[in-house]
Design a protein around this ligand. Structure first.
Ligand code: AMX
Length: 424
């Protein structure tokens, strides 16, 4: 762990000085007002927390430490995690060191497999993943160090240790869940000399003679890594972690939020919607048919999965990156063609419908088509892939929060009576 740990050890005192200076000088400066609408409306747009790993300017899309995610499409997840944690991309030596460190930690305790094997056969893969993470809590180095008594300023170090342990094991666990839950045969162990993403692809066991699937997984893991601090999963992880619950408790909690259909589960819903469309029209429908299909969804009181966003107001650059990958590798694939066609029709339908503030596709609108193409047809598994990647964002945020001594989170709720009294 030396390299990433050293890089963080150098940065942390600088960040601490910067933040304490900011609070000392300008702590009382107002950065947000809250309306009654926002208090009832999911706190949308309320600026009330800090996240330095990434930001999502509504008209630009995801920036990882200031770098547009579209500029990271050739990078590895190791690069991305290092960037999230330190604010800088690693050099080749540091990247290799992180890869090797992760490779040395892949082994999963045998009790995790026993727990997974004991679960009902029809358990949702997300429930299996969250259970596996939660049951590993006893491995937490942070929890042990905390119980033994440690200085608050040192919390980040065992949290980094836990983060690397967890990140290293996640592909092994996630691939094991894929093979167990969908009867794919024996678990495949990690292979020496492979990167984090390559090993994940290898352990999933999807036939990949060209190496394109491994490349798709690399891209998938990079693109989903983080999306600032206020989304359901990041915020949940942050909240739970603020009570000094260790990374196992916190990440498992965050991923339970990712399992919701309005958040990470949308990618399974999205491909389902596309395939229903394909089935109904026995292939690629006409513009009129597709328009009607979209209206039928909306008139049925349902959302069009993969479209809309709480923050974004443009086509998600991550969707653009997936679309570019699909169009470069398999432009004739019928599902890919459908994804592309939906992109030309649905935004206009949503605009005419007039409800969604953002009619453009989000990350989930295209990612499933890629997985489907490579033969991963188990939709309910897609959010697990999302989770393996998103753990990087949650964990990097957590390392930084513990390093900065972030306090327990405790916003003030008010009653409806109190609000009514304010407007009397
Ligand atoms: N289809 C139909 N209606 C939509 C819509 C869509 N794709 N997106 C938003 N709307 C509706 C909302 O349901 C809401 O209706 P209501 O007033 O009756 O409650 C109205 O438009 C206003 O919503 P909004 O302010 O534009 O969005 P939001 O911040 O409340 O919700 C999101 C954001 C993502 C939950 C929503 O756009 C949605 O449900 N999209 C479809 C599901 C999806 O793709 N989720 C994935 C998001 C990305 C991720 O986390 N992985």
């Amino acid at each position: 762990m030396a390299k990433l740990q050293n890089a963080l050890a150098k940065k942390i005192p600088v960040w601490r000085d910067e933040i304490s200076g900011l609070i000392k000088k300008h702590g009382s400066k107002k950065i947000s007002d809250v309306s009654i609408l926002q208090a009832y409306g999911g706190m949308r747009g309320v600026k009330g927390m800090v996240c330095d790993t990434s930001e999502v300017p509504p008209d630009v899309g995801l920036l990882i430490r200031g770098i547009p995610v579209g500029d990271l499409t050739k990078k590895t997840p190791e690069d991305t995690f290092y960037l999230l944690c330190t604010g800088e991309l690693p050099n080749a030596k540091d990247r290799r060191a992180l890869s090797a460190d992760l490779a040395a930690r892949t082994s999963v305790p045998s009790y995790v497999w026993k727990v997974l094997e004991a679960m009902p056969k029809n358990s949702h893969p997300m429930c299996m993943l969250d259970t596996a993470i939660l049951c590993m809590q006893r491995e937490s180095k942070f929890a042990k160090a905390y119980a033994a008594g440690m200085h608050k300023m040192d919390y980040w170090n065992p949290v980094l240790e836990d983060s690397l342990d967890l990140l290293a094991k996640l592909p092994t666990i996630a691939a094991g869940i894929y093979r167990l839950r969908f009867n794919k045969g024996k678990r495949i162990g990690p292979k020496k000399g492979l990167t984090w993403a390559e090993n994940f692809a290898h352990m999933l066991g999807i036939p990949d003679p060209s190496g394109d699937f491994a490349d798709c997984m690399r891209l998938y893991l990079v693109l989903h890594c983080d999306h600032e601090g206020g989304n359901v999963s990041a915020h949940t992880c942050h909240l739970v972690g603020s009570a000094l619950s260790d990374p196992y408790y916190s990440v498992s909690a965050g991923l339970n939020g990712l399992a919701g259909p309005l958040h990470g589960l949308a990618n399974q819903e999205c491909l389902k919607w596309i395939l229903e469309l394909k089935k109904q029209f026995r292939g690629v429908p006409s513009d009129e048919q597709l328009t009607q299909f979209a209206w039928d969804t909306l008139n049925g009181g349902k959302v069009i999965p993969g479209y809309g966003h709480a923050v974004l107001r443009v086509t998600d650059p991550r969707f653009a990156a997936f679309r570019a990958f699909g169009m470069a590798h398999f432009p004739e694939d019928p599902v890919m063609k459908l994804v592309d066609k939906v992109y030309t029709i649905v935004p206009e339908v949503l605009k005419a419908h007039g409800k969604a503030k953002n009619p453009w596709p989000n990350v989930d609108a295209g990612s499933g088509a890629l997985l489907y193409h490579y033969g991963m047809k188990e939709f309910s598994y897609y959010t697990v892939l999302f989770s393996v990647s998103r753990a990087m964002g949650m964990l990097s945020q957590m390392i930084i929060n513990r390093a900065m001594g972030s306090p327990i989170e405790r916003p003030k709720s008010v009653t409806t009576k109190w609000l009514l009294d304010q407007v009397k």
